[in-house]
Design a protein around this ligand. Structure first.
Ligand code: AMP
Ligand code: GLY
Length: 432
């Protein structure tokens, strides 16, 4: 039985419409004590999950979300994407007396401002590449010319994953700087120039109640559209976990050198961070270095990780929301390998075709899940493509070869016109 300190929420609202939110809803409905999970606005797959219901409310409409929470007796709200978090939706819900997993607008600056995050890291002594901030094109070009090497150029605000240029040449760096100050990512432009670092990248997620942290297994994403990690960047074409790049000692180092000092620095700024801290790390020759922080779960890392988490998840997220992680039950993690492959629409990551019917003969089982992302139901109830990344096929097994074979088999059971996916996801951990 749950102790009084760790209640199990029966009625949960997940805010968002992506594959991440579909996977969160799937995992939460399996958690101890959960009866119903509403998803606002959800996607074409929400209604397929037994116990889950879509709510036609935009993710940034805080007033309508509060009203829906009252109407449905919601005990926990999980805010998925960065846009509502940065817009203060979690603050508005908390002010209305709700328990919310997701930081307020103050904590969301970890993701919403690269400059703010870099300054916090520097103050906290967190390992990260050296940087310069520039508020004008002249200043940025002056730094570039003084350093006389192509630096990494990062737009300061939220840029939907498109604000970073790892410049190979001075001309490329100048062009990236020019675009930012021409207003490509918003009018009030500024940027961060960063030293370039080298090494494999890995994502680490820590659940926080403002004081304590629970770390999830490390995951590796595949950002490029093309096989062999080629072509333009995407939101992520597939992932696997646990990534052997970080063993237990490596994770302990990340906790000590990155996550604990970051949480302490947030507290020193008066920020009570209740949500997930996503550390995008590069494993350099000198140890882990933070490439970026995000204030949300990664996508597709979330789809990859959720099937590994135990039925304490809802209780643990509610404990984070209430600042009571210290007395929550431990979150069990299945000792399995999880593989995720994204099926994207034709044209992604540029303009994509939409509106194609999605068909599936798949029978998901205990170790195979189909999560929806860019899909929606038409007026006849037919599920159609409506975004770039359409589906996430996720499978678990004792080894990565079997997990990926299952996920790729699963993809052969689903179809939409123009469906594309990378066949080499997990090449780092597969032997066949
Ligand atoms: P982000 O949009 O912040 O996720 O950055 C996109 C990608 O740019 C990262 O996944 C890295 O591959 C790369 N990147 C960002 N910062 C650096 C850096 N300082 N050195 C080398 N690559 C970087
Ligand atoms: N998969 C990368 C991200 O969610 O930002």
């Amino acid at each position: 039985m749950a102790s009084e300190a760790s209640p199990q929420p029966a009625r949960i609202l997940v805010v968002g419409s992506g594959g991440r939110e579909n996977a969160l809803a799937w995992a939460l409905i399996r958690s101890h004590g959960v009866e119903t999970v509403w998803v606002a606005p959800g996607n074409g797959g929400t209604g397929d999950l037994a116990g889950c219901q879509p709510l036609a409310i935009p993710e940034t409409d805080a007033d309508a979300l509060v009203e829906a929470c009252r109407r449905h007796g919601i005990e926990l709200v999980v805010v998925g994407p960065e846009a509502p978090l940065a817009a203060g939706v979690a603050d508005r819900l908390r002010t209305a007396g709700l328990a919310v997993f997701g930081p307020g607008a103050d904590g969301a600056q970890l993701e919403a401002s690269k400059h703010w995050a870099k300054a916090l890291m520097q103050e906290a002594g967190v390992p990260t590449a050296g940087y310069w901030w520039a508020g004008s094109e002249e200043e940025a070009l002056a730094v570039l010319n003084r350093e006389s090497r192509p630096l990494v150029v990062k737009a300061d605000g939220l840029a939907a994953g498109k604000g970073v240029t790892v410049a190979e040449t001075m001309d490329e760096a100048r062009a990236a700087i020019g675009e930012i100050f021409a207003g490509r990512f918003g009018g009030d432009a500024s940027l961060v120039l960063e030293e370039r670092t080298e090494g494999p990248e890995v994502s680490v997620f820590a659940l926080s109640d403002g004081q304590n942290l629970v770390l999830l297994p490390p995951a590796q994403d595949h950002k490029r559209i093309g096989e062999g990690d080629t072509g333009p960047n995407t939101g992520g074409m597939g992932a696997y976990a646990p990534a052997p790049l970080l063993d237990d000692a490596g994770m302990e180092q990340v906790r000590r050198q990155v996550l604990e000092p970051t949480l302490a620095a947030l507290r020193r700024r008066g920020i009570d961070y209740r949500g997930v801290i996503y550390a995008g790390l590069m494993l350099t020759a000198d140890g882990p270095s933070v490439i970026e922080f995000n204030c949300r779960f990664g996508d597709p890392e979330c789809e990859t990780l959720m099937p590994l988490l135990g039925p304490e998840l809802a209780t643990v997220l509610l404990a984070c929301a209430r600042g009571q992680l210290a007395t929550a039950p431990p979150l069990t993690i299945a000792p399995l390998c999880s593989a995720c492959v994204i099926a994207a629409a034709e044209g992604y990551p540029a303009a994509v075709r939409r509106g194609d019917a999605i068909s599936s003969s798949l029978q998901p089982d205990g170790h195979l899940q189909l999560f929806h992302a860019g899909s929606s139901r038409d007026s006849q109830g037919v599920c159609r493509t409506s975004g770039g990344r359409v589906l996430a096929m996720v499978a678990q097994a004792d080894d990565f070869d079997t997990a990926f074979e299952r996920a790729y088999w699963g993809l052969e059971q689903v179809h939409f016109a123009g469906m594309t996916y990378r066949r080499d996801i997990g090449h780092q951990v597969r032997s066949r």
